[in-house]
Design a protein around this ligand. Structure first.
Ligand code: FAD
Length: 331
């Protein structure tokens, strides 16, 4: 380790088309907690072009915001963004760097960690400070999700982690928090611009990601087939909800992989989670137990899902869901 003093927590703020991603606000919530435990400052670093409303990052817990803004950062390009983030880290010398485990985060984090010669713990689901030596405790599923491993980085600084979207709680927004914004410049030359974005093709499907949905109607093996799943989709449409599922349903090809809830899928925290025909295996519960209100429909009254449900309906889902749909339509 070099002799530079590393201090503070830094969160990389991911923006897409200038829109700050939820995972970054969640990381500010966790970053605030870690910074308070260490009695250090929390910084938010954002890179882009035409970035607006960065003071919101102070409202969500950051003490200061570092902005790298240039037309050259209009699109995410691995090399330019990795260079900019490396430059910020080398200037600020934080002791902890947190990045969302999104497709962008998973791309940039290892490149930055290699450039600054430190380790990286990917895909964490929990972070804490070791009270004995103030090291960061980074916990993530290992061996295919069969165990949870806690990893520390005692030698190198900063300690770097990517964190799964949906697992950390946002800081309660406070608009009275002072805005401290500083601009950081990075020299991007021709060698860095070896990728040219010709066109951005957006997914036609306007589905909201299941991590951002307020209501989720989730189906398990008990749903049985595509026809029954379309009844779940009808309920979801009426409730302005999204459809998700257990791994059993994804493995059967009834839903896309990005709709899977659980340890090897996504962690969700909606206001309401309908678990329809889902038994409640530990790997599924790990991804949804923090939902505000859980409604379980299962014909087996012994199903483990009822242990985490706020409301349990012991019945055939093919009877309950059409009744619910009728009831909603009649109002
Ligand atoms: P089942 O366990 O088969 O349950 C179906 C339920 O439907 C039963 O309780 C049954 O009573 C009920 N039912 C049947 N018919 C009806 C009906 N007509 N009306 C009402 N109820 C009905 N699973 C995940 O979900 N997400 C993960 O990320 C995940 N990761 C995993 C990682 C590892 C390493 C391993 C080993 C497993 C993982 N699993 C995951 C799989 C998990 O262990 C379970 O096998 C899976 O969650 C079961 O899905 P299910 O509840 O839909 O199906």
């Amino acid at each position: 380790m070099n002799n530079v003093k590393h201090e503070g927590v830094l969160v990389y703020i991911e923006q897409r088309e200038s829109e700050i991603q939820n995972v970054s606000l969640e990381l500010l919530g966790k970053g605030r907690e870690l910074a308070d435990k260490l009695n250090v400052k929390l910084s938010a670093a954002i890179i882009g072009s035409d970035i607006k409303n960065v003071e919101i990052l102070n409202h969500y817990g950051a003490d200061n915001v570092i902005v790298v803004e240039d037309k050259k950062f209009e699109y995410y390009i691995t090399k330019t963004y990795a260079k900019a983030l490396t430059s910020i880290i080398n200037t600020e010398n934080p002791e902890i760097v947190l990045i969302g485990a999104t497709s962008i985060g998973r791309d940039i984090a290892p490149r930055v960690s290699a450039r600054i010669k430190t380790g990286l713990t990917a895909d964490c689901t929990s972070l804490d400070i070791d009270e004995e030596d103030n090291n960061l405790l980074m916990t993530r599923p290992a061996f295919g999700g069969n165990i949870m491993a806690t990893i520390t980085c005692s030698e190198h600084r900063p300690q770097m982690a990517t964190v799964r979207p949906g697992v950390m709680k946002k800081f309660v927004k406070d608009e009275n928090r002072e805005s401290v914004i500083k601009y950081h410049s990075v020299d991007i030359n021709e060698n860095d611009m070896d990728v040219e974005v010709l066109e951005v093709v957006k997914e036609e499907d306007k589905k909201i990601s299941i991590e951002d949905a307020k209501i989720l109607v989730s189906g398990g093996r008990g749903v049985g087939n595509k026809e029954n799943l379309s009844v779940l989709s009808e309920l979801a449409d009426l409730l302005k909800a999204e459809v998700s599922g257990s791994r059993a349903v994804i493995d059967e090809g009834l839903l896309e992989k990005d709709r899977q809830v659980g340890q090897t899928g996504k962690t969700v925290r909606p206001d309401v989670y309908f678990a329809c025909g889902i038994s409640g295996a530990i790997q599924h519960i790990a991804g949804m137990e923090d939902s505000d209100f859980i409604i379980a429909i299962n014909k087996n009254k012994e199903a483990a899902i009822f242990d985490v449900a706020d409301l349990g309906i012991v019945c055939d889902l093919n009877k309950v869901i059409p009744c619910l749909i009728e009831e909603i339509k009649s109002h």
